[in-house]
Design a binder for this molecule. Sequence first.
Ligand code: CMC
Length: 426
Amino acid sequence: MAENSVTLTDNRNGKSYNFPILDGNLGPSVVDISTFYKDTGMFTFDRGYTSTAMCRSQITYIDGEKGELLHRGYDIAWLAENKIFLDVVYLLLNKRLPNSDELKEFKTELKTRCFINENILKLFDAFPDRAHPMAVLQACVATLSTYYSRDMNFDDPVEYMELAKRLVAKMPTLAAFYYRHSRGYPQIYPDLDRGFTENFLYMMRSFPHSRFELRPIEVKAFDTVLMLHCDHEQNASTTTVRTVGSTHSHPYSCISAGIGALWGHAHGGANESVIRQLEMIGSVDNVDKYIAKAKDKNDPFRLMGFGHRVYKNYDPRAKVLKKMRNQLIDEIGIDSNLIKIANKIEEIVLNDDYFVSRNLYPNVDFNSGLILKALKIPTEMFAVIFVMGRCPGWISQWMELKEQDTIKIVRPRQLYVGPKDITPKN
Ligand code: CMC
């Protein structure tokens, strides 16, 4: 029997089965159960995939116990301190950081691809007033696949790198255009003299024929928010992108599905929910009441921005953002009532036995919402910002899937608990 293996015994009949253990470069070993059904005639059951590795990957590593996050081997706190969002996008897509000439060229390439076919904008008229921007973005990205589908060879790495750059470049334009449309504001086209991050804030906040100036700290804060959302291993939306990708669907259709998965408040919708919750709590005097609700087993209320499936320690992204939030408070000021409420909640959570015993720490969304609010981004656009940040991660994960020798369609099984065959037998 191989030493590097796990033996499982079926106590009903004493039969033993052997499964190999695989070791990655970091993180827990993995038991390879791909032959489990063939060998045992049984399935495994893992609701929410809490113990399942769904793929091999070289992109992102998370140590949830330590609170560590690496992108292609670089620590997120180091990247946030020393690099900009587009460095990390390049890193994810090209597997290494760019030098200064490569970064310059990459920025230019994205600029040339940031405009949208004007016909896509006609879609906006088909949506009801105040349609949620996530629904619109999901539909627009799916629609983009109709513009880039004919004659494309999705197995050619040169072509899919093109698709990747196009989508990263167009996402902010789509998002800002829909926001302005939904408010009835005049459209602001991308300004090619501005950088990627600054350009989005410019498209969101400026008006024709008026001076528009941003403080460097605003650009830095927004860039950091985007960078911190870049990739996060096999989370729900990335798994969705890989699942749709495993059927050989169009890459933009995979990303559109990822947007749908991200929208939920347990995932990317949480930053919006954090602010709405802080506003609902309204005053520091009400915090204790809501903490009690969060702890009450019979109350579905949860503190938004706390807890994580993987991190059982302080989310390293939340640490970076807390520092950035404090810098913003010093330089431009943030709604101080919300900050007071947030600080009180954080202080209680970090010391209260309910939260401590369940390893519930602030996650990335706890501070990103406060930062985005300070940057005058409307709350309904928060999850869209998450999409802009996560899009390069999704594409890199999709590209990694394509680079594999054989793609296996994702097709889990189930524990069937419905009626047995009750069809009338004639
Ligand atoms: N407030 C109060 N109790 C909580 C919270 C919370 N935010 N999160 C988890 N718990 C409790 C939960 O009730 C359970 O208690 P018990 O063991 O007594 O039943 C225990 O902690 C474990 O919770 P779980 O739901 O089994 O944990 P999970 O890993 O399935 O869920 C989570 C992770 C992020 C969905 C959850 O913590 C949550 O709903 N948090 C609030 C929403 C949020 O902030 N989401 C953003 C996640 S970070 C962004 C991203 O990467 O997508």
